[in-house]
Design a protein around this ligand. Structure first.
Ligand code: NAP
Length: 429
């Protein structure tokens, strides 16, 4: 019989992530005790429907639909929240922290929207609130950023943090699939929800970008601060053109320092095929970090899925349990509000495609519009002839405000039939 001290875990939610955590804890119980010196025991499991059949074997007496009772149970030492969404998760976490119980959560939506309140509550109570699984699923990101890179001045974090959109873009790039075919395929494989809005419109990536920016720069960034565009407007032609020019199109979450401000945005972007993030295919995630001393580094892996995410939750749970047994030493996070650099002031190169009427003087008129707004053209190609003619531009570095003014003026130009996709291009110039 093991003499290792027992830490009783109250699990809130037992779906993909919670169920996988129960399996990991059971299958690796002896190993975990040998390695950590603690016995982690799932003592109560709150779910919505206690009658539902579950993959993870859970004794009926542990299951309850009363999550509040789990949080308030004096026998519970640590709470793991894997319900998702804002309420009741927020209220349950606040109550657990106020009761002096460390909390581990995988809930990006909650942290990106009301994280400040939760961190303040954790700091006031002197207990841990850990959230490694909230960004990048199984990829260790939060702890490396917060601990290993604590002495580093990070300048930019750029990531592929949504597996659904990366899968769709990979199929569009490699199989020439249309957006809607690639989305249907992702839904068939279970990578995309029936309502894919949160993924394809970039909301999920924006929540993760806010968390990454907060941790990387020690600032308070919320989901509403993140400029966001999704991938639904991309065509197979845009992606094929990017490929011919030596680029791939990826949905990127980018957080960077600009002077004393922080710029945070999510949008599809053209990346040179030589960039390490360009090789991140299918539903994999990766985050590319740039710092003054460390230079460039990349963390890569499974950004979602029950088991990878549960692995990250388990790491936090062990950490929280250790801290608790060592006297509740909490890692407090006090983040100052920061000025958000407006998207209009972004400096970037741009890709733009426009359909034009086949008339004399069209090129000069179009080029004139770019010139009038101070946007200089790096390359231009014509595709097709006659009324099928399409002009594809890549600009030199320009200011977003000027590029938007160029787009507006092009839409008014008689020679232009349609202004198509505009994409930001990630260096080199
Ligand atoms: N799945 C992933 O790949 C992944 C990756 C990274 C982060 N996350 C995050 O992890 C969290 C959980 O995700 P998931 O995929 O495991 O979700 P899920 O499969 O939908 O599971 C949610 C669980 O919460 C339970 N629940 C719902 N409302 C409840 C309530 N009011 N009281 C008690 N239990 C309640 C459900 O009960 P029933 O089982 O009875 O319905 C279910 O067991 C979310 O915050 C998500 O964003 C997930």
């Amino acid at each position: 019989m093991s003499t290792a001290p027992t830490v009783r875990v109250g699990l809130l939610g037992c779906g993909n992530v919670g169920g996988s955590l129960v399996r990991l804890l059971r299958e690796n119980a002896d190993d975990l005790t040998a390695r950590t010196g603690l016995r982690l025991e799932v003592a109560k499991v709150a779910v919505r429907n206690t009658a539902k059949k579950r993959d993870a074997e859970i004794p009926a007496e542990l299951l309850t639909h009363d999550a509040e009772a789990v949080v308030n149970d004096p026998d519970i030492d640590v709470v793991v929240e894997v319900i998702g969404g804002i309420e009741p998760a927020r209220g349950l976490i606040v109550d657990a922290l106020k009761a002096g119980k460390p909390v581990v959560t995988a809930n990006k939506e909650l942290l990106a929207n009301v994280g400040t309140e939760l961190f303040q509550t954790a700091a006031a109570a002197g207990v841990d609130l850990l959230f490694e699984a909230a960004v990048g699923g199984g990829i260790p990101l939060i702890r490396p950023l917060r601990e290993s890179l604590a002495g580093e001045r990070i300048t930019r974090v750029m990531g592929i943090v949504n597996g659904t959109t990366n899968y769709i873009l990979t199929r569009m790039t490699e199989a020439g699939a249309t957006y809607s075919d690639a989305l249907s395929e992702a839904q068939g494989l279970g990578y995309a929800e029936r309502d894919p809005t949160a993924d394809v419109e970039g909301y999920d990536a924006a929540a993760k970008a806010a968390i990454l920016a907060s941790i990387a720069f020690g600032t308070r960034v919320v989901a509403g601060d993140v400029y966001r565009e999704g991938i639904a407007g991309l065509s197979a032609a845009d992606i094929a053109f990017a490929a011919r020019m030596g680029y791939v199109v990826k949905l990127l979450a980018i957080a960077e320092r600009v002077g004393n401000e922080v710029a945070v945005r999510v949008h599809p972007a053209m990346l040179p095929t030589t960039h390490p993030l360009a090789s991140v295919r299918e539903s994999f995630n990766a985050v590319f970090i740039e710092g003054d001393a460390v230079g460039e580094l990349m963390l890569y892996g499974r950004g979602a899925g029950g088991m990878p995410t549960a692995s990250a939750v388990l790491g936090d749970l062990i950490d929280a349990a250790h801290n608790l047994k060592a006297g509740g030493s909490a890692r407090t996070t006090t983040l100052e509000r920061v000025t958000i650099h407006p998207i209009e002031e972004l400096r970037s190169q741009y890709y733009l495609d426009i359909e034009v009427f086949d008339r004399p003087g069209v090129l000069a008129a179009v080029a004139g519009v770019f010139g009038n707004h101070g946007v200089s053209i790096r390359s231009m190609e014509q595709e097709g002839l006659g009324d099928e003619a399409r002009l594809v531009f890549i600009t030199h570095m320009a200011v977003e405000r000027d590029m938007q003014a160029t787009l507006a003026a092009l839409r008014e130009l008689d020679a232009v039939d349609r202004v198509g996709t505009m994409l930001r291009v990630v260096g080199p110039e």
